[in-house]
Design a protein around this ligand. Sequence first.
Ligand SMILES: CSC[C@H]1O[C@H](OP(=O)(O)O)[C@H](O)[C@@H]1O
Length: 359
Amino acid sequence: MQRAVHTDVADSFSALAWHNDALRLLDQRLLPGREEYVDCTDAAQVAAAIGDMLVRGAPAIGIAGAYGIALQARAIGSSDDWTAALAEAFEMLEAARPTAVNLSWALKMMRDRLARLAPHADVPARLLEAAQSIHQSDLEANLTMAKLGMQLIRKHHKTPQNILTHCNTGALATGGYGTALGVIRAAQAAGLVDTVFVDETRPWLQGSRLTAWELQREGIQACVHVDAAAGHLMKTRDITWVIVGADRIAANGDVINKIGTYALSILAMHHGLRFMVVAPSSSIDMALENADEVVIEERSADELFVLGGQTVDAGIPAFNPVFDVTPADLIDVIVTEKGIVERPDAKKLADLMSHRHLH
Ligand SMILES: CSC[C@H]1O[C@H](OP(=O)(O)O)[C@H](O)[C@@H]1O
């Protein structure tokens, strides 16, 4: 029995959906001006969509990767050796983007599911069920985290707050509803949001293009600013929270997230703002002792030099790392669907991941 993915509780749109035996992706490169969809029917198309950031966001690329395996199995149809038949698909999807752990986590879940299937199972159908389960579980995790994060805000404040956020962590980056933006949605519903201050998030503009698009659709009061204005806003506006997502959380609580997050954490510390990271447990990499070893994705210089079709290249090279590392000691709280971890450290994360956590 296939589990339908219900995203109606989240939003009238979804970054990705199983539609007519294809993975239908909202092309995020075209937002906010154009809402166009692309249907993928095999792993190579999904891998290209992830690499080109047609679909992006740590949980969303994990979910897309899982569907990519299911699509490839459908394209193959039948095999006496599914592990061999799907080997290339796993390889190309794992290589699509290096930093977010959710992609490799989801592909491992698919490998494990494949390994447990009975010899004469309907592999394409069972792998599709597994991908849909990963999708639905991510949405459910986001709804849980949204409630936990909102309750944490309400523990400290009874009146609407100004919140600063970075990049896009909404329904576009996940299986629905969002991580950090999910907390902001739940806080808005609880009357705890005055204004959301949105970093534009150069160079790909996930903030000014995607987060702004999501907030505007829901009538949540917000404004966009250049990334470099964040410190000035923390100094001059009554902002109380910085709430961001994560692409990978190391076992010691270090957080790898969109470039600029590290600077925000230092600014937040200096100005006395609370710094909240919201991420599902599929973003926690307990095999990574600290973030020093993580691969920080570097993307094309064109992302800096091409603006609205106009090239602003002055003829010198560009350095375009798209993630950075925020040390655990600059993070007030990590919110996951398993619970919240205040002042995160290795022991607290180990307890969380082993279900010994109390929250
Ligand atoms: C809900 S996590 C989203 C996470 O992914 C983004 O990266 P990208 O847009 O490059 O895929 C960014 O780091 C967000 O925090």
